[in-house]
Design a binder for this molecule. Structure first.
Ligand SMILES: [Zn+2]
Length: 113
């Protein structure tokens, strides 16, 4: 499962960060873009598996879903797009500049000391 390896690599990052600060990590916030190719439910499930038996067994995963935002290089229109209907509805230009939606990142951690 692709999401499990994502959960594990997030956990590695959290381990490194929390080692610097010393404390209990209550929650972590991640940003997942619509284009990141991550199934958020699968990621939540993978997190449950990944955290079991680790110092992060109580750490909550909070997912911030980022919509796909594109800009048309032809007419300059900026809008939220559907993943499979990316072409500009105004001038029908198929290639759109992606402004956001590709994120897959650890945004912040909530620590308790
Ligand atoms: Zn356009």
């Amino acid at each position: 499962m692709h999401e499990l390896s994502i959960a594990l690599s997030m956990m590695e990052q959290i381990e490194q960060e929390s080692a610097k600060h010393r404390g209990t990590v209550r929650a972590v916030q991640v940003r997942i873009g619509a284009l990141a190719g991550v199934d958020c439910d699968a990621l939540r499930f993978a997190w449950e598996i990944a955290r079991a038996g680790t110092p992060f067994a109580e750490t909550e995963l909070e997912i911030d879903q980022v919509p796909l935002m594109v800009r048309c290089p032809q007419c300059g229109e900026t809008r939220e797009a559907e993943m499979f209907a990316i072409a500009c509805p105004r001038c029908v230009t198929p290639e759109q500049e992606i402004l956001m939606g590709q994120e897959l990142e650890l945004r912040s951690m909530e620590m308790e000391t």
